[in-house]
Write a protein that binds this ligand. Structure first.
Ligand code: WQD
Length: 340
């Protein structure tokens, strides 16, 4: 069966393509290569031995989206990653985020409706919860006013899908609310390739350790947490990728309980920034250069998932430990810098 993966050259998309191919699916990628290079295609191929089909165009070009679906009438499912995802950039350039993240979603959904394509997996985010009132966070936790346009596009995206499913009973959709994806494929053929200065913690850590950055700034150690630093639910990108395949197969096998479902995808364990630094130093054997600075505006104190629903309904559980995640991130960083 042919599965369309939009944004399939991205960090999570590429790891999901690998897992789809490992399960025997025929994958076609749409990517505009704005945030990923075609070297990722070589990385995927190096892992699976199968080069996925790739069409390079901008999903904001509605005509090109229509042409694609007119040409590929044998698509059995769609996993939609393509979106802009930098929280800080979204604050500076909200219209880019609303056009790219919302506009392209509507174009894809219009084609699903036109061709009666039955299965759709949406890349959402725990950012929709903001600072949850209760921890761990369940899927029934209230969605809070987004702290950034990026987070708002995920909330709006989920509402658009829900409304579409309500008028299209034949469409089955799942939104996966990711917690904090980190790490890289154990082969180090693919991984996270942040453009410019990383906004996220783990690529900044590995770039500091490899000597690309002077030192890590820890954004605040005065939070009401055991060591004062903020807590997140870090999940290995391969565990997250596998969750997409399981969610897709839930829909393909008609195991879904309604035609729009939401699942938290995390480990269920919260780790502080200092936990991550300690784990990194353990697995790399390197002392990390860091300093404590002020809190970053918009950060929540703590967020980690209640994974009961995904465990029970999807039969999926994250397998990798924090050490596994950081060891794979470090192996990837060393690989990337060795071939520069
Ligand atoms: C993690 C922790 C920071 C950088 C965001 C998005 C989320 C998802 C993942 C896309 C926080 C601290 C970070 C640094 C630090 N994005 N930190 N120094 O903000 O939890 O989540 O990225 O899907 O939707 O909201 O991730 O890695 O930026 O931060 O101290 O240089 O590390 O304060 O506590 P975040 P992050």
């Amino acid at each position: 069966m042919k599965i369309l993966v939009t944004g399939g050259l991205g960090f999570i998309g590429s790891h999901t393509v690998v897992e789809l191919q490992a399960k025997g699916y025929d994958v076609i990628i749409i990517d505009d290569c704005s945030n990923a290079s075609q070297e990722v295609l070589a990385g995927i191929t190096a892992i699976t031995g199968i080069e996925p089909a790739l069409e390079i165009f901008d999903l904001r070009e509605k005509k090109l989206v229509e042409d694609f679906f007119n040409k590929h009438t044998d698509i059995g499912g769609v996993i939609h990653f393509a979106a802009s995802k930098a929280v800080g950039e979204s604050v500076k350039n909200p219209l880019l985020y609303y056009e790219n993240n919302i506009g392209t979603l509507t174009y894809i959904l219009q084609q699903l409706k036109k061709f009666e394509l039955p299965t759709f997996i949406f890349s959402s985010s725990c950012t929709v919860y903001g600072q949850a009132d209760e921890l761990p966070i369940t899927e029934s936790a209230p969605v809070k006013p987004a702290a950034s346009p990026y987070g708002n596009t995920k909330q709006i995206g989920e509402e658009i899908i829900r409304d579409t499913c309500s008028i299209m009973p034949e469409l089955k959709a799942i939104a996966l609310r990711y917690f904090n994806p980190i790490g890289a494929h154990p082969s180090a053929h693919i991984g996270e390739l942040p453009l410019g200065v990383p906004a996220n913690l783990v690529p900044y850590i590995t770039q500091t350790a490899i000597g690309l950055r002077e030192e890590l700034s820890v954004y605040g150690n005065d939070y009401p947490t055991p060591d004062g630093t903020a807590i997140r639910d870090y999940i290995h990108v391969v565990d997250l990728a596998k969750a997409h395949v399981v969610a897709l197969e839930r829909l393909l096998n008609n195991k879904n309980k309604s035609n729009y479902e939401v699942f938290n995808i995390g480990t269920g364990t919260g780790s502080s920034v200092m936990d991550v630094i300690t784990s990194f130093e353990n697995v790399s054997g390197k002392k990390l250069n860091y300093k404590i600075v002020d809190r970053r505006p918009g950060d929540v104190v703590a967020a980690y998932a209640d994974t009961t629903l995904a465990n029970q309904e999807l039969g999926w559980t994250a397998k990798n430990s924090l050490d596994d995640m950081l060891a794979s991130a470090w192996k990837w960083e060393q690989k990337v810098r060795s071939i520069e």
